[in-house]
Design a protein around this ligand. Structure first.
Ligand SMILES: [Zn+2]
Length: 261
């Protein structure tokens, strides 16, 4: 596997991607990061009842994805708990059932975006509070610039997402961007890797919190367009998302090694 440290500021989009000798190795890498992603979500309190899901495309069966079993606490999920779901929503590996909303949203995204490996969605507090405003995030901080010109607003809440047509409409609005704010619902992020999708979610949730705090306290100063674009090319690059996940992964795997079971 490649060194995950940021080696230079050029952000070559390919150098960091791990190399695998077999598809089994690649699958295991994804499942480790996926299980760790759930533990990270659990630790940050991103859970709201049974809502929330992160998916990882299978490296071999490209129309299948790995997902959390319905009703299992994020902070309990182990690699062996992950379910493999096919394009019809049937569980083909693992024990348990898949959340209908998880399948409806994520299957459409994975189909519409062959460039993405993973997608994350949850009902975390600051993301859903921000989503009620029906606004995109502003470039208020260096971190928020990751989303500058690179996130969408899905401005159409119609209740719990239960069929694929709504997932398809979300995919249309998302286009080629890394994230969407689902109005009156929450946040959605995608990535070329599980690492990226999880990191974008974490930092987007915090960017929502930062903007809510800043606007409650006064009138925030926006970063200029050209500087925000430049900053997005730095902190918002695929490699930056991948690298930013690593400290979280190191911490959670040391604290909760049972996630590998
Ligand atoms: Zn939801």
């Amino acid at each position: 596997m490649a060194d995950t440290a940021t080696r230079d500021a050029t952000y070559d989009a390919r150098w960091y991607l791990p190399k695998y000798d077999t598809v089994e190795e690649e699958r295991l890498h994804r499942k480790h990061r996926l299980a760790a992603g759930f533990r990270i979500f659990g630790k940050f309190g991103f859970e709201e009842g049974v809502a929330g899901h992160i998916t990882a495309r299978d490296p071999e069966r490209l129309d299948h994805f790995w997902v959390n079993p319905f009703g299992m606490a994020f902070s309990h999920i182990r690699v062996s708990d992950l379910l493999l779901v096919n394009s019809q929503g049937e569980v083909v590996e693992g024990e348990g059932s898949v959340n209908t909303a998880a399948f409806a949203i994520h299957s459409a995204l994975h189909e519409a975006r062959p460039d993405i490996t993973a997608a994350a969605h949850s009902h975390s507090l600051y993301g859903k509070a921000w989503s009620t405003l029906g606004r995109l995030l502003d470039p208020l901080t260096q971190d928020a610039c990751a989303f500058y010109g690179d996130h969408a607003l899905f401005d159409d809440f119609t209740g719990v997402v239960l069929d694929q047509s709504e997932g398809k409409r979300i995919a249309v609005v998302l286009e080629d961007r890394k994230a969407a704010i689902l109005r009156n619902h929450g946040l959605l992020t995608v990535g070329q890797s599980v690492e990226e999708a999880v990191w974008w979610y974490v930092t987007m949730e915090r960017s929502c919190q930062a903007q809510l705090l800043a606007e409650a306290a006064g009138t925030p100063i926006l970063i200029d367009d050209d500087v925000a674009s430049l900053t997005r090319s730095q902190v918002g690059a695929h490699v930056a998302g991948f690298a930013s996940f690593q400290p979280l992964y190191q911490k959670i795997t040391r604290e909760q090694p049972d996630l590998f079971e």
